[in-house]
Write a protein that binds this ligand. Structure first.
Ligand SMILES: *[C@@H]1O[C@H](CO)[C@@H](O)[C@H](O)[C@H]1NC(C)=O
Ligand SMILES: *[C@@H]1O[C@H](CO)[C@@H](O)[C@H](O)[C@H]1NC(C)=O
Ligand SMILES: *[C@@H]1O[C@H](CO)[C@@H](O)[C@H](O)[C@H]1NC(C)=O
Ligand SMILES: *[C@@H]1O[C@H](CO)[C@@H](O)[C@H](O)[C@H]1NC(C)=O
Ligand SMILES: *[C@@H]1O[C@H](CO)[C@@H](O)[C@H](O)[C@H]1NC(C)=O
Ligand SMILES: *[C@@H]1O[C@H](CO)[C@@H](O)[C@H](O)[C@H]1NC(C)=O
Ligand SMILES: *[C@@H]1O[C@H](CO)[C@@H](O)[C@H](O)[C@H]1NC(C)=O
Ligand SMILES: *[C@@H]1O[C@H](CO)[C@@H](O)[C@H](O)[C@H]1NC(C)=O
Ligand SMILES: *[C@@H]1O[C@H](CO)[C@@H](O)[C@H](O)[C@H]1NC(C)=O
Ligand SMILES: *[C@@H]1O[C@H](CO)[C@@H](O)[C@H](O)[C@H]1NC(C)=O
Ligand SMILES: CC(=O)N[C@H]1CO[C@H](CO)[C@@H](O)[C@@H]1O
Ligand SMILES: [Ca+2]
Ligand SMILES: [Ca+2]
Length: 571
């Protein structure tokens, strides 16, 4: 069935926004493309099965080829790897399997020489229990006594010692763990090996600022701060209320409403103080803005607060990750997308910058969520919308989830229970990057890899896509170039429409000047073909791989099969 629609003057929502974008100087980040690297799975230079810094260095040309502005590395710090590097035992050194500090400096230099910024993960919510601070705190060493959240708990009527309150760990069961040596409980939001730091200690806050300064002095361009909402807990240690009808048992984190262990007011103050610290660094040392992005799973009201106040007199993160597209699937409609987009336009004060992403190391691959036919559409969407585009490595080639069994699994929280492994594991999206069709997809020279290489690498790999005349990879590089060339299209005139019974998404970018071209993105989110009748000549700028049209001027009706998308230019 074909459906015709006249679109020319059909504009449902007008959204007014603006900013100035440049790739160096204070605003370099505002319409940048940030490429997330999961170092363990990117490229293994010494054939020990684990990706490493030299591997990343060997692929510097690839980032240049893609045209991205910055690379962001998931944690590379020294860690016992109880939680894939999110349990840090020394914030100032590199995990030996990834390399050493001179490797890191070499990487940084190579990045800068090629015009790339480098952003590090910063994981402040807790340390590893093997961190020397924890040892010192356990031993009540002077100055370290209150680095963590310690409490006696209480002795109940049966003479049994109990934790001070009902707080749960995200990994289930009580968040309090008894420490024999210190004879007190400590609190951990995540695993037992990840004791929470006590940010009410002035010394802890100073330590963390010093760590930021340490990496800034080495030359990094910014930080992505992990798990921000979990930093502070209620000072009075009040019990959290039970969620009515949660349907989970009382050891499950979702059993409680986390009003005392998430988004505490002090958390915002801490984020603002880090921004002040970074801005002061840039102002005193010089150079481009040191960028700061936060990861917060929270409601919109809190997300906006992490950016700063409504008029920018108080500033927090340059942006807080927009996770609204993470839930996309094959049935996501144009109306769903329109709503996910407009919620940001409606709630984020115009002085702040949007960001868009569809995947990361904690979520299934886009190609597996939406199918290969829709991969280009989502890459188009996150690069065409104004603001920052964030790409998790290999989304540009449409890499699918890998295949990992529970026995091969590495994700610590998932392998605890093989019955639920398929539903809970994050290993599927962490399998090695598929470079080519050689052994282990070119990830290394053939040594067993830390997670198995996906069997799909023969069909989906970078080399194949480079050689093909049309591929996700080519669409992606075209999109990055287009984004850079449209920086004058500064969100002042953006229209987002959901048409044809929510099957067709239209995003339009224009300039004030009616003599300048207007760009439009169309995406057929439905399962049947549809026709867009434009009533005017238009240029196909970027077609998705399956679209019947290639680049060029035409006045044909635009036929989009299921999942097809296109960016066109009209005068
Ligand atoms: C945004 O673009 C419009 C139209 O070109 C222009 O008038 C306006 O000054 C721009 N605003 C900024 C902040 O660059
Ligand atoms: C760091 O590792 C490299 C190999 O990647 C090695 O050549 C170098 O000697 C090491 N440097 C230090 C200080 O250990
Ligand atoms: C802390 O103590 C544990 C055992 O008590 C030890 O294995 C670890 O190496 C110590 N860590 C540091 C940084 O001192
Ligand atoms: C600002 O940064 C400079 C350079 O790192 C540092 O010396 C100074 O103490 C900082 N000032 C404040 C108020 O943090
Ligand atoms: C900025 O907004 C805050 C509330 O978010 C308000 O208290 C303050 O007065 C405003 N400042 C200016 C200069 O408008
Ligand atoms: C999409 O819809 C189809 C038909 O209703 C259904 O079978 C399928 O499970 C849905 N997929 C997802 C991811 O919800
Ligand atoms: C594993 O998960 C299943 C399904 O949720 C549950 O029935 C079982 O008790 C779990 N096993 C363990 C050891 O937690
Ligand atoms: C997990 O998925 C694999 C591959 O799809 C399948 O073979 C296996 O039976 C699944 N395991 C469970 C427990 O559902
Ligand atoms: C591997 O890729 C090359 C092109 O890069 C191609 O010539 C060759 O046929 C491919 N081999 C297999 C087994 O697919
Ligand atoms: C498209 O362009 C052609 C050639 O320039 C012109 O003859 C035709 O009238 C145009 N069609 C429309 C609908 O503007
Ligand atoms: C949001 C979140 O959970 N962030 C990280 C905080 O630390 C835990 C445990 O190390 C990680 O699993 C999370 O990714
Ligand atoms: Ca290696
Ligand atoms: Ca905490």
């Amino acid at each position: 069935m074909k459906v015709l629609v006249r679109l020319t003057f059909l504009v449902l929502s007008v959204l007014v926004y603006s900013y100035q974008a440049t790739k160096t100087g204070p605003d370099w980040w505002k319409s940048s493309v940030i490429y997330q690297i999961y170092p363990r799975s990117f490229k293994d230079s010494d054939n020990d099965g684990i990706g490493d810094l030299q591997g990343i260095i060997s692929k510097i040309d690839y980032f240049v080829e893609l045209g991205v502005d910055a690379i962001w590395l998931s944690p590379i710090y020294k860690s016992p790897m109880v939680d894939a590097g999110y349990d840090i035992s020394d914030y100032r050194s590199i995990a030996p399997e990834y390399g050493n500090l001179s490797d890191f400096k070499e990487l940084l230099e190579a990045a800068h020489k090629n015009g790339l910024k480098l952003i590090l993960d910063f994981v402040p919510n807790h340390t590893s229990n093997l961190h020397e601070w924890f040892n010192k705190s356990v031993a009540r060493e002077e100055g370290y006594e209150d680095y963590y959240l310690w409490n006696d708990g209480y002795v109940d009527d049966d003479g049994v010692r109990q934790p001070p309150n009902n707080w749960l760990s995200l990994w289930s069961f009580s968040g309090w763990e008894w420490n024999e040596q210190r004879q007190q409980y400590y609190f951990h939001q995540f695993s037992i090996q990840q004791p929470d730091l006590n940010y009410r200690s002035e010394k802890v806050r100073q330590e963390m600022k010093d760590i930021l300064t340490y990496w800034l002095d080495i030359g990094v361009d910014g930080f992505r701060v992990d798990a921000v909402p979990h930093i502070y807990e209620d000072e009075l240690l009040r019990d959290e209320p039970i969620v009515p009808d949660s349907g989970v048992d009382d050891t499950n984190w979702n059993y409680l409403n986390h009003i005392y262990t998430k988004d505490q007011p002090e958390t915002f103050e801490l984020v603002y103080s880090w921004r002040t610290h970074l801005d002061n660094y840039t102002n005193t040392v010089g150079g481009d803005t040191r960028m700061f992005m936060t990861e917060c799973s929270s409601d919109m009201e809190n997300l906006v607060k992490y950016y700063g106040n409504e008029n920018g007199t108080v500033l927090g993160a340059h942006f807080t990750f927009n996770f609204y597209f993470l839930g996309i699937n094959e049935n996501t409609t144009a109306a769903d997308l329109q709503s996910d987009i407009t919620v940001w336009y409606q709630n984020l004060p115009s002085i702040y910058t949007f960001n868009w992403l569809t995947g990361n190391h904690d979520n299934h691959r886009v190609a597996s969520k939406v199918g290969q036919s829709r991969v280009d559409a989502y890459n188009m969407l996150i690069s065409f919308l104004d603001g920052v585009t964030i790409t998790y490595m290999a989304e540009e080639i449409g890499q699918e989830n890998g295949e990992v069994t529970c026995e091969q699994g590495q994700d610590p929280s998932a392998i605890k229970n093989c019955t639920t492994f398929n539903e809970t594991t994050r290993d599927f999206e962490r399998t090695p990057f598929q470079w080519d069709n050689s052994t282990n997809a070119g990830f290394n020279e053939g040594a067993p890899t830390w997670l198995p290489v996906s069997s799909k690498y023969l069909e989906t790999n970078l080399q194949e896509e480079r050689l093909a005349s049309r591929s996700h990879y080519h669409v992606y590089t075209d999109l990055v170039q287009l984004k850079a060339s449209l920086s004058a299209y500064n969100s002042s005139y953006i229209f987002v429409n959901s048409l044809l019974n929510n099957r067709l998404l239209e995003v339009q970018k224009a300039l004030d000047d009616p003599h300048q071209s207007t760009y439009r993105l169309y995406f057929n989110t439905g399962n049947e073909a549809l026709t867009v009748s434009l009533d005017q000549n238009y240029t196909v700028v970027i077609p998705s791989v399956n679209l019947a049209y290639t680049q060029g001027l035409t006045d044909n009706d635009l036929v989009l099969n299921s999942g097809d998308s296109v960016i066109i230019k009209v005068l």
